[in-house]
Design a protein around this ligand. Structure first.
Ligand SMILES: Cc1cc2nc3c(=O)[nH]c(=O)nc-3n(C[C@H](O)[C@H](O)[C@H](O)COP(=O)(O)OP(=O)(O)OC[C@H]3O[C@@H](n4cnc5c(N)ncnc54)[C@H](O)[C@@H]3O)c2cc1C
Length: 385
């Protein structure tokens, strides 16, 4: 039985504990631990089942979306739970939130009414298209452009590493509109799949399979009514969205780490060697102690950041600390678990082997660890200079 004491921490309210426990029961019954070769099909099925059961409403802050209705702690608890069960299920939930987050946070009522109810019911799949081949960590270097022609914006350029690319029904695309240089000249647009001039240029396979693609826009016309927020405000829209979902990436890493610790404890207390079990060795105990401490430290940072955002306060530094600590820590915890499993730890399909692949990208996307370090340092130093 996983340790649930953290559900009584003061960052969480009684409704969060209820949500976490009922969602875990649902996930145990409905979320498969392994998936087949049809990743697109599996992902669509997961979105449908999460939507039909009502869980995706948490990802979009209710069917009609209001920034204040986004409960970061609920999102984190759901992601943490899903990550313990299945990396792909966590991905499916997270992307419905990340892909529609800009609309929930800053969309017009018409945009919310058009997209959010379908996202929440699992009837429309969402994607968030910010990165480009030459603009990943350095987002402000983006080149994909949008020029105004009458009541349309015309998009030209590429996006890459776009999760749900190829299966999404709509994409929130960030493009240079040129109001000012760098980050201040970017706007956000909703592009429906099938819009003429928009194509999936390449599907990309990664070590923990999920739908991923490079997108291409050639004279792609979208109505100006599809712009999210004001012209030139796209970078702010992206950062506000990431402030919510960065903390939830940390929560997913925490879920992976908790699963690895549970697996390691199980193995250490049953694997016999040298006339005792693995857990009887002090070297193993030191390793387990470090793993548990890393997990609790990450959990404190995750729920501190989530709680702080839910109070309506800024969380740039806290979200970066949570993501840095939880993702880097989870990598260490999972690696330690693989080591304790010996040869079994690297056998394809073993839970710790899947966790080893699942965790890796979290240290890179939504801001690599080095970017989080720079954000934390900038926040620390800004009042000192
Ligand atoms: C599985 C996966 C899913 C993704 N999904 C999405 C998505 O849905 N939407 C989207 O828009 N993007 C997505 N991304 C893209 C992701 O956000 C970028 O990969 C990430 O921002 C890094 O950009 P890059 O790959 O261009 O690496 P680069 O920017 O080239 O960085 C390479 C490395 O350089 C290091 N680095 C970066 N900055 C610094 C610095 N200042 N100092 C020192 N070292 C530094 C880091 O270690 C970094 O990993 C996804 C990526 C992956 C792997």
């Amino acid at each position: 039985m996983p340790d649930r004491a953290y559900l009584d921490w003061p960052f969480l309210e009684p409704r969060h504990k209820e949500l976490a426990l009922s969602f875990d029961t649902w996930a145990s019954e409905h979320v498969p631990h392994t998936h087949g070769k049809d990743v697109d099909g599996d992902c669509r099925a997961l979105v449908k089942s999460l939507g039909a059961a009502g869980w995706l409403r948490h990802a979009v802050g209710g069917e009609h979306g209001a920034a204040s209705a986004i409960d970061t702690r609920a999102i984190c608890l759901i992601r943490e739970t899903l990550a313990r069960h299945s990396g792909l299920a966590d991905f499916a939930f997270a992307m419905q939130g990340l892909g529609s987050g800009a609309i929930s946070l800053q969309g017009t009522q018409a945009q919310k009414d058009r997209y959010l109810p379908r996202v929440a019911r699992g009837e429309a799949i969402a994607a968030f298209a910010l990165s480009e081949p030459d603009a990943g960590s350095d987002v402000a270097a983006m080149q994909c452009s949008a020029r105004v022609e009458g009541d349309h914006a015309v998009l030209d350029g590429e996006k890459t590493w776009i999760s749900n690319g190829g299966i999404a029904d709509f994409y929130v695309v960030f493009a240079r509109t040129g109001e000012a240089p760098g980050a201040r000249g970017i706007s956000a647009f909703i592009v429906d799949a099938g819009t003429p001039g928009f194509e999936i240029a390449e599907r990309i396979e990664v070590i923990a399979p999920h739908p991923l693609a490079r997108l291409k826009f050639t004279n792609c016309r979208v109505p100006m009514g599809n712009r999210i927020g004001e012209a030139g405000e796209g970078f702010k829209v992206a950062m506000r969205t990431l402030d919510v979902f960065r903390t939830s990436v940390a929560a997913a890493a925490l879920g992976f780490a908790r699963r690895a610790l549970d697996e390691a404890l199980q193995r250490a207390t049953t694997r016999r060697m040298f006339n005792q079990v693995l857990a009887d060795f002090q070297l193993t105990q030191a390793r387990l102690a470090q793993m548990a401490t890393t997990v609790d430290g990450a959990a404190l940072l995750v729920y501190r950041a989530a709680w702080q955002r839910d109070q309506g306060r800024g969380v740039t530094r806290e979200a970066a600390m949570a993501k840095l600590s939880a993702t880097e820590g989870a990598q260490q915890v999972i690696d330690a678990a693989v080591q304790m499993f010996g040869g079994l730890g690297v056998v394809s399909g073993q839970p710790v082997e899947m966790l080893y692949r699942d965790i890796r990208a979290l240290r890179i996307y939504e801001g690599a660890s080095e970017v989080q370090q720079l954000i934390i340092a900038r926040e620390l130093l800004k009042d000192m200079r």
